[in-house]
Ligand binder design. Sequence first.
Ligand code: RTP
Ligand code: MG
Length: 138
Amino acid sequence: MSVERTLVLVKPDGVARGLTGTILSRIEAKGYTIAELKQVHASRELLEEHYAEHAGKPFFEPLVEFMLSGPIVAAIFEGQRVIEGFRSLAGATEPTTAAPGTIRGDLGRDWGVKVQQNLVHGSDSAESAEREIGIWFA
Ligand code: RTP
Ligand code: MG
């Protein structure tokens, strides 16, 4: 089994709430390592490329606006099966019902807009990971 890389984002809600360290620490504690790390104000162009698969959906524009609302911490994490492992650690998309023990389940809840503010993003496949790493760490 080869070592994989995945793109992790601490979304603006996670950064604003001061949870960056906690979130990165939980990923490291599971045994994954940070290969690259930076804080950025993403551009609309970058976010529309990142979320291209959701273009045209009702939540697309509010999602992009939310992601523009403050700084984001972008990281490349490495490890065996890290793509699947991080998705499992992050928990289900909806923070209110994400399982306790996960990042979203322990640290998140709905804040007015359902689902949107769910603290983290993680690539969902090897193909997505390479595409997203190319966008955020060009
Ligand atoms: P992510 O891509 O951020 O890791 O999250 P995910 O796979 O669990 O969720 P996905 O279906 O890819 O949706 C991307 C992000 O869009 C927001 N969202 N809002 N209002 C809605 O119905 C809705 N659905 C999705 C969330 O911020 C979600 O993480
Ligand atoms: Mg997704």
